[in-house]
Design a protein around this ligand. Structure first.
Ligand SMILES: [Zn+2]
Length: 462
């Protein structure tokens, strides 16, 4: 296949030949004489390396499609949560669970086992907090989950132990397949050609599932997995706010992974956890490829520390727009200037990349890029204006390699994998809007996985 008249690396009027899943040639006049059916006219649009989402949770994302939405916009006040859960309880078939997501105390009010028992007395129910770090279970769900969970969560609140809930209410395989296909198509419509699944519990079985979905065509993107044993990527270490490990235990975990030849990806959001993560990496000896996930609160001394250790930061600019208004209300005043920083990391020389953290953040990388550039919340409030990135720097958050997020951007050049995002307009125009509406076509390993037409404006995006 030949893409005719595209812009590559800022140079317009190029043709690009794709062969065997790779970019075979970039030049002028390559389309001359080629059969029509093999030529796709780029109309002068920018041809970018396909975007890579460096941190999301594919299974949880797919599961949102068969879950009751318990957060905004459906739920604005406690009475709304009562209503959606009562309706879900009335709908749920015998033996089936009620699975809710996105619960937000500030909107739906406090939720525990007792309230959930009142709303859904006859079906096991589990409702996830919007942070992803907490499940709230009713009594029937606790019964099914058994004594270990019941001992940990007598009031129904189970923090950071998704492993204990595995297999309790499994999706039907064909249902999960269809849900994965739907979210993968939504990602493809945004020009995403690769994703990193950052789920801590990922293991060899999870790697097999993603590989199978990829082979069967449900998953259009190249998967890269972080997690535990049996996955190729970095070892994920979660520093859970309510149950922090001691420094010694963290150093041991980092050293274990390093001894296996694997980098670590340390989930650290608050100021205290970022400090602990950096202390642990320093004591164990940070290696290239070690990453901090989120690093949500990073005052200047911690930015400098990360730079000194050479640690990569995988941030989430989408949270600025999606959660910024809440941060402006709830986050400690002294932490607010240091939230989800961009410019500061780049200026300090910290390799910086981005992920959606979907389903806990917005899926669309263009919306995140826009937030990285304009630093505006949903309601339009400014958040950390000094952290603004240029559109090019925002794009670069998504064009580093899967195994080296924040490393040198992948390029559209002969020999490179044909993982490509074709825009309907040249970059000079795209950079002013940063919208997925401009994604005209997406290729993974040379295969067309999304065809948005040349205008793309009739496409819907997540
Ligand atoms: Zn995450």
């Amino acid at each position: 296949m030949i893409l005719r008249d595209v812009e590559v690396g800022g140079v317009g009027g190029r043709d690009v030949r794709i062969d065997g899943g790779r970019v075979a040639a970039v030049g002028a006049g390559l389309a001359a004489g080629a059969p029509d059916q093999d030529v796709l006219d780029g109309g002068g649009g920018a041809l970018l390396p396909g975007l890579h989402d460096h941190h999301l949770h594919l299974r949880a994302l797919a599961a949102t499609r068969r879950s009751v939405p318990c957060g905004a916009p459906a739920v604005q006040r406690p009475a709304d949560l009562d209503r959606v859960l009562r309706e879900a309880a009335a709908r749920a078939g015998t033996g089936r669970w009620i699975r809710g997501v996105g619960h937000d105390d500030a909107l739906g009010g406090p939720l525990d086992r007792r309230r959930l028992d009142e709303l859904a007395p006859h079906r096991p129910a589990r409702i996830q907090h919007r942070s992803g770090h907490l499940w709230i279970l009713n009594s029937l769900a606790l019964d099914r989950a058994g004594p270990v969970v019941t001992a940990l969560a007598a009031d129904g609140l189970l923090y950071d132990r998704d492993d204990l809930l595995h297999g309790l209410d499994p999706a039907r395989p064909e249902e999960e397949w269809a849900d994965v296909a739907a979210v993968s198509a939504a990602l493809a419509a945004c020009g995403v050609t690769g994703l990193t699944d950052a789920t801590a519990g990922n293991d060899a079985a999870a790697a097999r599932d993603l590989a199978r979905w990829r082979a069967e065509g449900a998953l259009l993107q190249h998967p890269h997995l972080l997690g535990g044993e049996g996955v190729a990527g970095a070892r994920k270490i979660v520093l859970a706010e309510h149950d922090l490990p001691g420094l010694d235990a963290l150093v041991a975990a980092v050293s274990d992974a390093h001894d296996e030849g694997r980098p670590v990806a340390v989930h650290a959001a608050s100021r205290a956890t970022v400090v602990l993560a950096l202390a642990g990496l320093e004591a164990a000896g940070a290696r290239p490829g070690d990453r901090l996930e989120h690093a949500a609160v990073a005052p200047p001394e911690l930015v400098a520390w990360a730079a000194r250790l050479g640690v990569t930061v995988v941030t989430n600019p989408g949270f600025v727009v999606a959660h910024g208004d809440r941060y402006r209300r709830d986050v400690d005043v002294e932490d607010r200037p240091w939230l989800y920083r961009g410019r500061a990391f780049v200026d300090a020389g910290v390799p910086l990349a981005a992920g959606s953290d979907a389903p806990f953040g917005p899926l669309d990388p263009w919306r995140s890029m826009r937030a990285a550039v304009d630093r505006r919340t949903e309601r339009g409030a400014e958040m950390g204006p000094d952290e603004r990135l240029s559109p090019e720097a925002a794009l670069a958050l998504y064009t580093g390699p899967a195994t080296d997020p924040g490393g040198p951007a992948r390029r559209v050049a002969p020999g490179a994998p044909a993982d490509l995002c074709l825009l309907a307009v040249p970059w000079v125009e795209a950079r002013t809007a940063l919208t997925a509406d401009y994604v005209a076509a997406t290729f993974v390993a040379g295969a067309l996985v999304h065809d948005g037409g040349t205008t793309g404006s009739d496409q819907e995006h997540p």
